[in-house]
Design a protein around this ligand. Structure first.
Ligand code: NAD
Length: 473
């Protein structure tokens, strides 16, 4: 069997795009227009440190602004570059389209080893980077709204939002310039775990379709499935914990930078996370086999492999040795084009990143709406719904002469908190998007895998928006 050669991350995404676009009936030139990155801004800026001035390089790419604002995380990594940022911005455009979030696609990156700096230094670097992006229109509630990604979190988002507010104190919507803020700063309940939750909801939906489960070589439901997770950061830790605690999955392997830990009976995700917090790594976690190099555990025999660390982890080289029946892409771009080509040819099921890790942007969309409306979800109707529920319970008890069991009465009288509404909206989005993607896989001629189907969904939606608007006129 001939397998495609390895190409760069950006070329790989564009080749996956081309594969899907070739199956669609688009006006000439439109597929190319959608594929290209609209613009990318590179900035070099100095920051005064205790030991002298340091110069940093960062990027913010806008892939598509068919909807505004554009949306996408900002990552802090030593090896990030312009191509990576462009590739990730493209994925954001497609991701938003797949999950029907009305944003264009963007992404940012700062080349930095954040571990080399104190918190105070990181704050100064982040504020300066944000200022550069804000002043050139690459951050703003109606134009471009960043969120956390690799190496950044609520703390960095707060610094960036505050920088925006200090530059535009009269902008009443200033808080909507960034998502992924702490709840005390206008963030939304559930954003921190949203991407991991989305992975969980996406997997639950996959297992609601027996023919998809069978095609992957699996049987039954999600419960009891063995899982290997790569990356115990924001996305991986929440996904693994939710799947273990709420779906009875067995986390048999966890891969981190310093190696992997394996236990066929199951690892307690909270304990491994705690061990890493305390010791700085996963090595030495009690009761588990330690494997170095950790990447070998990607090849461990399990039901589901969840790469949740970085791009290009599953390659032409290790793809033939991957034993997991299902690959659930929580990271962006963990499978290279060549590995994907191998899986497509051998019939291995891959639930693609652009669908499965969209939970973060979905809940970011809710946060953005919350900031624009200046009110938390559920605040107006919670007590009303509680009172209505109470009336229903009392009416039922008086009509039947029987007492409604406590757990049912509690459910009926519970007025939704913000987190309930966020999870409901996320669950609904993940279910509908998967159903849409699998329908396209089943109905569109030439589409044989979920990734091509997801690309097809995204391209057609973006194309329709552009055509209706009258592109190029
Ligand atoms: P993070 O920095 O919180 O966590 C990444 C984890 O992966 C870290 O624990 C890191 O030590 C580990 N890691 C890095 N390289 C590794 C390697 N080679 N082997 C094993 N472990 C490694 O980042 P995150 O926010 O969890 O993002 C992870 C992935 O998910 C990225 O691809 C990111 O683009 C994607 N993503 C993140 C979000 C989000 O909301 N944070 C949303 C969508 C997609």
């Amino acid at each position: 069997m001939s397998v495609a050669p390895e190409v760069s991350f950006l070329d790989g995404i564009n080749m996956m795009y081309d594969k899907a676009a070739a199956l669609l009936d688009l006006p000439p030139g439109l597929a190319d227009e959608i594929k290209q990155c609209n613009n990318v801004y590179q900035v070099r800026f100095p920051v005064k440190m205790a030991d002298g001035i340091k110069v940093f390089t960062g990027w913010r790419a806008v892939h598509s602004d068919h909807f505004l604002p554009t949306k996408g995380g900002i990552r802090y990594a030593l090896d990030t570059d312009i191509q990576e940022v462009e590739a990730l911005a493209a994925l954001m455009s497609y991701k938003c389209a797949v999950v029907s979030v009305p944003f264009g696609g963007s992404k940012g990156g700062l080349r930095i080893n954040r571990h080399m700096y104190t918190e105070d230094e990181l704050e100064r670097i982040t504020r300066r980077f944000a200022r550069e992006l804000i002043l050139r229109g690459y951050i703003g509630p109606s134009v471009n709204v960043p969120a956390p990604d690799l190496g950044t979190g609520p703390r960095e988002m707060t610094w960036m939002a505050d920088t925006y507010t200090s530059l535009f104190p009269n902008d009443i919507h200033a808080a909507a310039c960034i998502t992924g803020k702490p709840t005390s700063q206008g963030g939304i309940s559930g954003r921190a775990e949203a991407t991991g939750r989305g992975v969980q909801f996406g997997l639950r939906e996959f297992f609601r379709h027996p023919s998809d489960v069978k095609a992957a070589g699996l049987t039954g439901g999600l419960s009891g499935k063995s899982i290997v997770v790569q990356g115990l950061g924001n996305v991986g830790s929440h996904a693994a914990r939710c799947l273990q605690e709420e779906d009875d999955c067995r986390i048999v392997g966890i891969i981190e930078r310093d190696g992997a830990v394996v236990n066929e009976a199951g690892l307690n995700v909270r304990d491994v996370h705690q061990h890493r917090q305390t010791t700085g790594g996963i090595k030495g976690f009690p009761g588990a086999l330690y494997v170095e190099p950790g990447a070998l555990v990607l090849e461990y025999d399990c039901d589901i492999l969840i790469p949740a660390a970085r791009e290009c982890q599953i390659t032409r080289d290790n793809a033939p040795r991957i034993k997991a029946k299902l690959i659930a892409e929580a990271a962006n771009g963990p499978t290279t084009f060549a590995a994907d080509d191998y899986f497509a040819k051998t019939g291995k099921t891959v639930i693609p990143d652009m669908y499965l890790n969209a939970g973060g942007v979905v809940v970011s969309y809710f946060e953005w709406i919350r900031n624009l409306s200046h009110i938390g979800f559920g605040r107006l109707q919670r007590r009303l719904e509680e009172a209505r529920g109470q009336n229903i319970v009392e009416a039922l008890e008086s009509l039947t002469g029987k007492k409604i069991p406590d757990h049912l009465a509690k459910n009926i009288t519970h007025g939704p908190e913000e987190i309930d509404l966020v999870l409901s909206g996320l669950d609904d989005t993940m279910r509908l998007a998967y159903q849409n993607v699998r329908e396209v896989k089943a109905s569109k001629k030439g589409v044989t895998d979920l990734r091509t189907a997801a690309f097809a969904v995204a391209i057609e939606k973006i194309a329709l928006t552009l055509i209706e608007r009258g592109i190029g006129k």
